[in-house]
Design a protein around this ligand. Structure first.
Ligand code: AMP
Length: 118
């Protein structure tokens, strides 16, 4: 498993930093975001280190991450109500942790700048 010494998410995969795990399999770890933006805010990451979605992700890891997004949504009970997945990549998107991660967000209607939505 490729790891980067200075990567906080690699440290979470290694168990050196605690996390609130929602789902795990051979290739993927999903854990709650420490600073949640929604009632459900889970990060799905490959255990292998990739800087972002454009960093030569293997087909196996790509599939595993996408499948895990669905698993997390099922576990969290937000499939029917709806959810959003997104992955910030590099500076223009304000990626702050440079280990590929997909945010899974849901559990309430999203505002998207609409003042009629709380
Ligand atoms: P991004 O800005 O898209 O790179 O997202 C990085 C996310 O990682 C942010 O939402 C942070 O709140 C979250 N985060 C950073 N450190 C941790 C941690 N130790 N455990 C859980 N989430 C974290």
């Amino acid at each position: 498993m490729a790891r980067k010494d200075d990567c906080i998410f690699c440290k979470i995969v290694a168990g050196d930093i605690p996390s609130d795990v929602v789902y795990e399999d051979d290739r993927v770890l999903a854990f709650r975001d420490v600073n949640p933006m929604m009632p459900t805010h889970v990060l799905v990451i490959p255990k292998e280190h990739y800087d972002n979605i454009a960093d030569g992700v293997s087909d196996e890891d790509m599939v595993a991450v996408m499948r895990a997004v669905g698993e997390v949504a099922r576990i969290e009970g937000i499939c029917e109500s709806g959810f959003r997945m997104l992955s910030n990549t590099n500076d223009d998107a304000r990626q702050s942790v440079h280990h590929l991660h997909v945010h899974v967000l849901g559990g309430a209607p999203m505002n998207d700048g609409d003042p009629s939505v709380q």
